[in-house]
Design a protein around this ligand. Structure first.
Ligand SMILES: *[C@@H]1O[C@H](CO)[C@@H](O)[C@H](O)[C@H]1NC(C)=O
Ligand SMILES: *[C@@H]1O[C@H](CO)[C@@H](O)[C@H](O)[C@H]1NC(C)=O
Ligand SMILES: *[C@@H]1O[C@H](CO)[C@@H](O)[C@H](O)[C@H]1NC(C)=O
Ligand SMILES: *[C@@H]1O[C@H](CO)[C@@H](O)[C@H](O)[C@H]1NC(C)=O
Length: 397
């Protein structure tokens, strides 16, 4: 009798559960991400994927995703599950959803219908419960990283507003610049202890993530000091997200994009009032790096080597609009250069007609960098990863 119980129990724990956090703007030709989603949902010829659409504008995207999964990348099947507030409560829809081996949330606008429909008032609907069963049984769940967490969910805002004005809970501030708004009820709840964001480097969202963490880290139950943001057309594939999360960075074939991780545990909250922040430690991981999201241990892709002592450039290049949401990836680009040059710090500034100018200092004295040219890339694109870079920020008097 005992023996039978063990046999029944074992397969359930042996299967890896997979969460795919996508940084937005996933391209149809991103072989790495599409094939990983299929593999984690059972593999080609087995994967049966439910494509969740929660808005009328998402339908075309949904059809394209089904086409990619089945025709382009070899899933056995994929079908659209178009949800409304009513159908998300339906037992019949929930039963159907439970039988998929993978779930893909179609990218949503920042006014996220997905949350309103699947988790109204912060409570899981029947369909969301079924989606959680899919992953519990060893399946795959993928979607825009910004909506996937258990912690507060950022709804909108840019870094400059975040730095100077801080966060609001309601979408009430008017004006052309977009205020930082987050929701205290959290996202869909597939990963704990991180505030998540997407389009990270591409839209210069580093500071809005940092400020959200500083403003919310002491909230009861939901507060956390750790943040994680994924770049566009990039994914962090997280195995066992709710028990022992380990993430691997996947990008397009030749790409310097990656995943930004920050921890504000030791940054005093009073720094916020003066828009003066001291020594915020952050890291950036690139293609095929593996990060243990509990211990923060990192295994760099095996072809990357330590940068220390082998820095390529003489000098760092400051950015004159470090929080820019229009000029892409200023923060990423500045730090990629800094980790690979002989100087140890760089001072950047902002341009803003509305706010006081600020200076941002990056310091790599305590940082560890790993990098190399991407293997088999004729253009020899160099990618760099690093951990424990320090950012300090203060207004220019
Ligand atoms: C789900 O799969 C099981 C086992 O294959 C099957 O018996 C059941 O009818 C399926 N449910 C639905 C709603 O398709
Ligand atoms: C926050 O999310 C909850 C749960 O989905 C929802 O009821 C509430 O309206 C949201 N608040 C804002 C300001 O979006
Ligand atoms: C990353 O890992 C995958 C799977 O192991 C491999 O196919 C791919 O070539 C690797 N990419 C790079 C740039 O090393
Ligand atoms: C930057 O580093 C240099 C040493 O390389 C040091 O002299 C300088 O004071 C540092 N600047 C700042 C603003 O930390």
């Amino acid at each position: 009798m005992y023996f039978i119980v063990v046999l029944l129990y074992l397969p359930a724990v042996a299967i890896a559960q997979s969460l795919v956090l996508i940084g937005g703007n996933l391209k149809d030709d991103n072989v790495g991400i599409w094939t990983t989603m299929i593999e984690k949902a059972g593999g080609p010829g087995v994967a049966d994927i439910g494509v969740i659409v929660a808005s009328s504008t998402g339908n075309a995207e949904g059809i394209k995703a089904v086409d990619n999964f089945v025709k382009k990348y070899g899933a056995k099947a994929a079908s659209i599950v178009s949800l409304t507030k009513e159908s998300a409560l339906s037992q019949e829809v929930a039963n159907n959803v439970e039988n998929y081996t993978g779930i893909f949330f179609v990218e949503d606008s920042m006014e996220s219908n997905m949350i309103d429909i699947l988790r109204p008032s912060g409570v899981d609907t029947l369909v969301l419960k079924s989606i959680k069963k899919v992953i519990d049984k060893g399946g795959m769940v993928a979607g825009d990283s910004a909506i996937m967490g258990d912690s507060v969910m950022i709804l909108g805002g840019d870094s400059m507003n975040a730095l100077v004005l801080g966060t609001k809970f309601e979408k009430s501030l008017s004006g052309t610049r977009s205020p930082l708004v987050y929701n205290k009820s959290g996202g869909l709840g597939f990963l704990k202890n991180y505030v998540l964001d997407s389009h990270l480097s591409d839209q210069g969202r580093e500071m809005r993530l940092i400020r959200t963490l500083l403003d919310s880290k002491n909230l009861p139950n939901i507060g956390t000091a750790k943040g994680l943001g994924v770049d566009e057309n990039t994914a962090l594939v997280v195995s066992n997200p709710l028990s022992k999360p380990i993430g691997k960075v996947i990008t397009a074939d030749v790409s310097v994009s990656g995943v930004f991780i920050v921890d504000v545990s030791n940054v005093p909250a009073e720094s916020v009032a003066k828009a003066t922040y001291d020594q915020i430690p952050f890291s950036f991981f690139t293609v095929n790096d593996t990060i243990d999201l509990t211990t923060e241990e990192v295994i760099y892709a095996n072809w990357k080597i330590p940068i220390a002592g082998e820095e390529w450039f003489a000098d760092a290049i400051p950015s004159f609009d470090i929080f820019s949401s229009e000029q892409p990836s200023q923060w990423r680009q500045t730090n990629r250069r800094l980790i690979d040059c002989k100087e140890v710090n760089v001072t950047c500034t902002t341009i803003s007609s509305v706010f006081p100018r600020v200076q941002v200092f990056f310091d790599r004295l305590q940082a560890v960098g790993f990098g190399a040219d991407i293997p088999n890339d004729p253009a020899k694109t160099y990618v760099a990863s690093f951990r424990n870079m320090l950012a300090s920020i203060k207004p220019i008097e």
